[in-house]
Ligand binder design. Structure first.
Ligand code: GRG
Length: 320
């Protein structure tokens, strides 16, 4: 997708700079403090030996975080945040920290999802998964770090936004937490027990929570930054959830060949790819109609929704 190539380039640079500070700068200051403590200890403790000041021993942890964050993901969620920002007249730059935080949560979820205790996958994006490269414990910590630090990115960059900061934090927790992605993942893994044979309604619920909640969250960032009133926020959220659902349906189409026997893939219920594609077109039309209503509700000229609509189109045509 080249709709946002300029914004995406600056976004990547923004993330690299933030990572430098978050994961290397912070550790450097902690290690610096440790060195001071070492000196005190060295003078008072017998055989205290060695120094904690050498950061290189911790490098694998930082590498593992960067390995997954900068490993060729589509950046669907950040790009959706930019599309939402453009639609609402919010600058791309002001949405960068939000987009980065959402992508950090997404990256953590993929790292944890690939672990042996979850999906036990060896490859992601054509490369060995994080735990295959760095081991289970470091991969677990990489995910934990991304999850934790996503909130610090918000706290740092939106501290001058008054009550909006609290709303952004609540939104990120809502989309990714026990009311959103984590609950979806829980439902998903409990299906693996084989005790439940999933109906389309089960699958819809899983998709809306596991995939839809975070994708909808991507769109809610610019909406909150724009300080939309509650009814308009709700409409934006519904468009986001449907978009997330459409994204998952497309994913099921892309995976249909390898997953055709899995009861968790919608292809199991639709039988043929052509029928599933038809279903996707229907959802996309519903989203498009909702965007038209949103234009009226927000009094936004229809020309301004062009990027959101192009985004919808990208979902239909994407090949990964
Ligand atoms: C471990 C709490 C926890 C949650 C895991 C994201 C997730 C939930 C599981 C990954 C498996 C999966 C297929 C989830 C559905 C969402 C989805 C399609 C993720 C892949 O997103 P893309 O296509 O990935 O945006 P890229 O690689 O482009 O970043």
């Amino acid at each position: 997708m080249n709709l946002y190539s300029r914004e995406q380039e600056s976004f990547e640079a923004f993330c690299r700079a933030e990572f430098q500070q978050l994961f290397r700068g912070t550790a450097q200051s902690v290690v610096g403090a440790a060195t001071t403590i070492d000196k005190i200890q060295a003078s008072s403790l017998p055989n205290s030996g060695g120094t904690a000041g050498d950061l290189s021993v911790y490098n694998a942890q930082f590498e593992s975080i960067e390995y997954s964050y900068f490993s060729g993901g589509k950046r669907f969620r950040p790009l959706l945040s930019f599309a939402g920002a453009q639609y609402l007249g919010v600058t791309a730059e002001s949405v960068f920290p939000w987009a980065m935080a959402i992508e950090m949560i997404h990256t953590y979820s993929l790292i944890h999802d690939d672990l042996p205790s979850m999906d036990n996958d060896d490859y992601r994006r054509g490369k060995p998964t994080n735990h295959k490269m760095y081991g289970d414990a470091i991969a677990l910590l990489a995910g934990d770090s991304l999850l934790t630090e996503a909130f610090s990115v918000l706290a740092k960059h939106y501290s001058s936004h008054g009550s909006t900061l609290s709303l952004l934090i609540q939104q990120l927790a809502h989309s990714s937490g026990l009311n959103g992605m984590i609950l979806g993942q829980y439902f998903d893994i409990t299906l693996d027990s084989g005790k439940i044979s999933p109906t389309p309604a089960h699958l819809n619920q899983i998709h809306l929570l596991k995939t839809g909640a975070l994708i909808s969250g991507a769109l809610m960032g610019p909406a909150l930054l724009k300080r939309l009133p509650t009814d308009q926020l709700k409409s934006m959220q519904e468009v986001g959830l449907l978009l997330g659902y459409a994204f998952q349906v497309k994913d099921d189409i892309l995976d249909s060949e390898q997953d055709k026997d899995s009861k968790k893939n919608l292809i199991h219920h639709f039988k043929t790819v052509a029928k599933l594609e038809e279903f996707l077109k229907q959802i996309q039309m519903q989203i498009s109609a909702r965007i038209t209503s949103l234009n009226q509700l927000l009094q936004i000229p229809s020309g301004k929704s062009q990027h959101l609509l192009q985004f919808l189109e990208w979902n239909i045509t994407r090949e990964k």
